[in-house]
Write a protein that binds this ligand. Structure first.
Ligand code: ARG
Length: 317
């Protein structure tokens, strides 16, 4: 037996990030954005943004992540939110089609970024949806590794109809979750699927139909429901790297709930980005999510939604 082959370290979780050199709030496309307030204290906020972004990058690399950098571009203040660039599974990519004109200008840069990542061998098979279908990447399309499916937030930015094309291209089904509260306009502002199968979510962000879908797939013991205070500090907008969960801030109760499940919670302040409606998860895009065959499946909560996924797939880590 070749001992070196069996002990090789797995590749690190890999993320795409964009430095906040041109980050600002210059328009308003969600209720958090106030360009006038930003203009009044912009210079100080800009320095804080760089410091907070460096803190996030450092927290992720310290937890074992590898970071790919997208060069910032003037005039595109939201380019820093790379979660919205695309969604990636098994190296296949579906690029974003933004709802608002202000962010549509980012699309060509994300296309170039993925062509570069493809040339580096980090992704392949990059797909563009028809322009009529709106879809804001992993910000609205969250991979649930344990259930082998995507949760697709819709209503504010992304269209439920995009789910079919995404499922076909990436080979995992999309469960549409209609959103109900404009403050939580992207799914990742109110929902996080952890690798163990637990789900952090803010119930107030969802329509009754969406809640019914979450509850059908996620057993009560695997639900971590946030109160309004944790939701308002974007505690659901968390990034998971192995057993570390990186977020801006969380209540003692949420810390306990996550630690009981074996996670280390790492807080790194990102409040400046919340002035644009974003936080940790929005500032990152996972590039290496994978589906793994069901033979090694671990037990998951029984439900129709998970049973189908479990027959075919198990989560990669
Ligand atoms: N200002 C940006 C927008 O409204 C924030 C995007 C946050 N990204 C996210 N994945 N939630 O589009």
């Amino acid at each position: 037996m070749n001992i070196h082959a069996t002990t090789a370290a797995p590749p690190p979780p890999r993320f795409l990030m964009c430095p906040p050199r041109h980050f600002a709030v210059t328009y308003s496309i969600n209720p958090w954005m106030d360009p006038k307030a930003w203009a009044e204290s912009g210079a100080a906020l800009h320095a804080t943004a760089q410091r907070q972004w460096d803190g996030l990058r450092h927290a992720l690399t310290a937890a074992g992540a590898a970071i790919e950098i997208l060069p910032p571009a003037p005039g595109l203040p939201d380019l820093v939110f790379t979660a919205n660039a695309a969604v990636v599974l098994g190296g296949k990519v579906v690029l974003a089609r933004f709802r608002h004109l202000e962010r549509q200008k980012e699309e060509p840069l994300f296309a170039v970024a993925f062509a570069t990542l493809a040339a580096l061998g980090l992704v392949a098979d990059v797909m563009q949806l028809p322009a009529v279908l709106k879809f804001e990447g992993a910000g609205d399309c969250i991979f649930d590794a344990r259930r082998g499916l995507f949760w697709l937030g819709c209503g504010f930015r992304s269209d439920a109809a995009a789910g079919r094309a995404i499922a076909r291209h990436l080979g995992a089904r999309c469960v549409a979750l209609p959103l109900a509260d404009a403050n939580f306009y992207h799914l990742d502002t109110a929902f996080c699927a952890l690798p163990c199968g637990a789900v952090i979510y803010y119930p107030g962000a969802f329509t009754p139909a969406a809640l019914a879908r979450i509850h059908a797939a996620v057993a009560p013991t695997e639900r971590i429901a946030l109160d309004r205070a944790d939701a308002a500090r974007f505690a659901a907008n968390a990034v998971c790297v192995g057993r570390s969960i990186v977020l801006s801030s969380a209540s003692a109760e949420l810390h306990r709930a996550l630690e009981q499940r074996g996670y280390a919670v790492i807080e790194t302040p990102l409040d400046v980005f919340q002035k644009s409606g974003g936080s940790a998860c929005c500032l990152t895009l996972r590039l290496d999510h994978r589906l793994v065959a069901a033979s090694a499946a671990v037990s998951a909560p029984a439900s129709r939604a998970t049973a189908t996924a479990r027959r075919r797939y198990r989560a990669g880590t």
